[in-house]
Design a protein around this ligand. Sequence first.
Ligand code: HGY
Ligand code: MN
Ligand code: MN
Length: 412
Amino acid sequence: MTHQTDLPLGRRVMAMIEDLAQHTDEVGRLTRLYLSPAHRAAADATLAFMREAGLSAHIDALGSVVGRLEGAHPDAPALLIGSHIDTVVDAGRYDGNLGVVLGIVVVGALKAAGITPACPIEVVAFGDEENVRFPTNLSTSHALAGHFEPTWLDGTDTGGISLRDALIAFGGDPLGIAALARDPARCRGYLEVHIEQGPQLEAGNLPVGIVSAINGITRARAHVIGEAGHAGTVPMTMRRDALAAVAEMIGIVERASSTRTDTVATVGVAQVQPGAINVIPARVDFTLDARSSDDAVRRALVQDIVTECEAAAQRRGVSFTIEPFMESPATPMDKHLAEHLEEAVRHAGIVPMRLASGAGHDAVAMASLCPSAMLFVRCKGGISHNPAESITVEDADVAARVLLDAVRRIVA
Ligand code: HGY
Ligand code: MN
Ligand code: MN
């Protein structure tokens, strides 16, 4: 059993996680949406952490925090380490934030040991991985990869604020986005450490594991329109009840994804109008999130869901429209970088498990720029996107030591 005092890196990680967790837009729970006041405060805190660790750091035009440690050869392609500091609503404190903090702690440890890496190392705290506030797709990491969609700037949040206006209010610069695109030739690779958000490492009694691939995602917005009516007077056979129709459609989503192997699908948001106890619902807007490790299987799943929902709408006399707004491909991780992670895991005396990621990550965007790989960290019960999300200081210390070892192997 490692003594608490022997966990300098792990304790430093947990302390920084606690510091970041205080930056929330909602009292009493952790919600930090892209470009919100809490995101600004967390970005400023991350900037300070990076500078304290000896990195030169700045906040870029889209609000990502970028720290850099120069290497022996300043013009050599840089190794990037990163993850995200935005969160979902009522979030856990480790999703994304852990990978940013581990990058800072590890690069800080190299600096403190007087080790100059052969190439520059950058740590990046992305700001829009969850894509909860605006209809985007990993916008801040896609910007570095040169794939920022200008139309994202016109997307609006539930309050009608456009990404462009929120970015300006944040202190960002819509005109500076194009310049964020990195030259692939100047990027040696990208490493991301992230909580597993699933049960496999805990089941295998392993503190860390190596990600083999990241599942693909389709996200869509659906609209069902029926007819408002008096809940007391309209006979059941004469109703065009939008919410009853969506209840059937949610069953379709669940059945279609449950009867296939390797697929999941979720209706996470449903807004009912007019939303009164004695009014038959006239309209429901809901979301679909469908995933698989196989893109063809995912597309077939979405098509089946749409076809069956259209038939249900027809039977019920309601209209049904659906607009996919995000497609993220299944993304294999780079085998050479994964091998370096595996060597470091073995060197730490841990059996190296390879596992796929059901969750999306900035590594999907970064893989379109340079070789990318991920290390997963065990989280209690596999719980995530939930304030009960947790890791141990011992596992934080293992993750930091494995990442430090892997970085030294890569930049040696
Ligand atoms: O939804 C996801 O997979 C990630 O947490 N953004
Ligand atoms: Mn995440
Ligand atoms: Mn997440």
